[in-house]
Design a protein around this ligand. Structure first.
Ligand SMILES: Nc1nc2c(ncn2[C@@H]2O[C@H](COP(=O)(O)OP(=O)(O)OP(=O)(O)O)[C@@H](O)[C@H]2O)c(=O)[nH]1
Length: 395
C-alpha cells in the first residue's frame, strides 16, 4: 500500500512538472512588433513621433477583441543639398553645344580662312546675326575684327580665338554689376520680384534661385503670387520643399498683391534673408499687366522697397522675346535679366542683344531643367564656353 502511494505521488509530480513545462513558455513575453506610433527613422535610428495609439480593446457590444487601425508613420522629407554656385557656368558649358557650333566651329572656321575677302566677312556677319547678336552689335564686332586681323600679320588659330573672344566679351560689357541683391543691411529680408511672360521659366527660376540661396547659407520664403495658374503654386511648393524653404500661397485666383504682401510679412516675422515672389505673366493686354504688376510692387513696398526685380526671358524666343520684355521694363524697374533655356538654342548671341536693347545686365542663365542648371553669368566664362574647346595644333 505504501508502495502504491509512492508511485501515485511520483506520477502526480511528473504530471505537474509536464504541465508547467507547457504553460511557462506561453507566459514568457514574445518579442512584440513596434507599435505603429513607435516608427523609427531608418537613417538616424531615432524614434519618430507619431499620433498616440490606443491599445486593443474589446468591442463593448460583442466582447470581441478589436485592433486599433494601423497608423502610418509620418514621412520625413529628405532635404537636398544643392550644388555650390561657384563654377557652375564652367561645369555647364557643354550645354551650350548648339551655340558652340555657331561661334566656335562656324565663326572661328570662317576667320581661319586663308583669304578674308568680302564674301567671308559677309558670312561672318550673317553668322552673328543668325545667332541673335543683333545688327548693331554685329556691325561693331565685325568692324573691330576686320581692323584687328589687318593689323595682325600672322593669324594662328590661338590668335584668332583670342581676338574673337576679346570682341565678344567687350560686347557683353564685362564691367556691369551682376550681383543679386538678396540681403539687406537693415536686417529685414531682401525682396526679389520675379516677372516675365508665361512659360518663360519664372516658377522654375524661383525654385532654382531659392536653391542657390540655400546653398549659400541663406534662409528664404517663397511667395506664390502666380495665382492665375493653380499648378504654379504647387510647383513652387515642390521646389521649396526640396530645400526646406517655406511657401506662402493664397487660394486659387486670389489677389496676387495680397499673396505677395503676406509673403513679405511672413519673411519679416520669420527673420529670413530673402523673400522671392513668383508672379503671373499674363500678357493678353498691356494695361492689365501694368495694373497687376504695378499693384504687386506698390503693395509689397508698404513693407519696404523691392530690392531686385528679375525679368525672366526665354532665350529661344529671340528678338520677339525682346519686344515683350520691353513691356515689363516699362511697368516695373527691372534690375536684372535671367536668360533661360540657353541650352535649347544655337542663338547664344541673344545675351549680347538683351543687354544692349534693354540696358539691363544678364545676371543668371538657365542651362537646363535640372534643379542646379542655373548659373551666375560671367562674360569671360560665357564667351569661353561659346567658343568651345580650343582645337587644332596651333590653337
Ligand atoms: N531646357 C530648359 N528648360 C527650362 C529652363 N528653365 C525653365 N525651363 C522649362 O520651361 C518650362 C516652363 O517653366 P515655368 O517655370 O513653369 O514657366 P513660368 O514662366 O513660371 O510659366 P507660367 O507659370 O505659366 O507663367 C518648364 O518645363 C521648365 O522646366 C532652362 O533653363 N532650360
Amino acid at each position: 500500500m505504501q508502495e502504491y502511494l509512492i508511485v501515485a505521488l511520483t506520477l502526480l509530480g511528473v504530471l505537474i512538472l509536464a504541465g508547467l513545462g507547457l504553460v511557462v513558455p506561453r507566459l514568457r513575453r514574445r518579442p512584440q512588433p513596434p507599435l505603429p506610433g513607435e516608427a523609427v527613422d531608418t537613417r538616424t535610428g531615432e524614434e519618430l513621433a507619431g499620433p498616440p495609439v490606443e491599445a486593443p480593446e474589446a468591442d463593448l457590444e460583442t466582447g470581441i477583441l478589436v485592433e486599433a487601425p494601423p497608423v502610418e508613420a509620418p514621412t520625413v522629407p529628405v532635404l537636398e543639398t544643392p550644388e555650390p554656385t561657384a563654377g557652375r557656368l564652367v561645369r555647364l558649358r557643354s550645354r551650350l553645344a548648339r551655340s558652340q557650333n555657331v561661334f566656335g566651329k562656324g565663326l572661328l572656321g570662317l576667320l581661319s580662312r586663308d583669304r578674308l575677302d568680302e564674301d567671308t566677312w559677309e558670312e561672318i556677319e550673317d553668322s552673328l546675326i543668325t545667332a541673335d547678336v543683333g545688327i548693331e552689335a554685329t556691325r561693331e564686332i565685325v568692324d573691330r575684327l576686320r581692323e584687328q586681323t589687318r593689323v595682325l600679320g600672322t593669324r594662328s588659330g590661338a590668335e584668332l580665338r583670342a581676338l574673337l573672344a576679346t570682341e565678344l566679351v567687350k560686347a557683353l560689357d564685362p564691367g556691369l554689376d551682376r550681383s543679386l541683391k538678396t540681403t539687406t543691411a537693415t536686417g529685414v529680408p531682401a525682396v526679389v520680384l520675379v516677372v516675365g511672360v508665361n512659360g518663360a521659366g519664372k516658377t522654375t527660376t524661383c525654385g532654382k534661385v531659392a536653391r542657390v540661396l540655400v546653398a549659400d547659407g541663406r534662409s528664404v520664403v517663397l511667395g506664390a503670387a502666380d495665382t492665375f495658374r493653380a499648378a504654379a503654386a504647387d510647383q513652387l511648393a515642390t521646389w521649396a520643399g526640396r530645400v526646406g524653404a517655406e511657401v506662402v500661397r493664397g487660394p486659387e485666383g486670389a489677389d496676387p498683391a495680397s499673396v505677395a504682401f503676406d509673403a513679405v510679412r511672413r519673411g519679416i516675422d520669420a527673420g529670413v534673408d530673402t523673400v522671392l515672389i513668383d508672379t503671373a505673366g499674363r500678357l493678353q493686354n498691356k494695361v492689365g499687366l501694368m495694373d497687376e504688376l504695378g499693384k504687386v510692387k506698390r503693395v509689397v513696398s508698404k513693407h519696404g522697397p523691392v530690392d531686385e526685380t528679375l525679368l525672366i526671358l526665354d532665350a529661344t524666343t529671340g528678338q520677339n522675346g525682346l519686344e515683350q520684355a520691353r513691356v515689363f521694363t516699362e511697368v516695373v524697374d527691372v534690375t536684372g535679366v535671367v536668360l533661360t533655356k540657353l541650352d535649347g538654342t544655337a542663338k547664344g548671341g541673344i545675351v549680347i542683344a538683351v543687354q544692349r536693347k534693354l540696358g539691363i545686365p544678364v545676371k543668371l542663365v538657365g542651362l537646363g531643367e535640372g534643379p542646379d542648371d542655373l548659373a551666375p553669368f560671367d562674360a569671360a566664362q560665357f564667351v569661353d564656353a561659346l567658343l568651345g574647346e580650343p582645337s587644332g595644333p596651333n590653337a
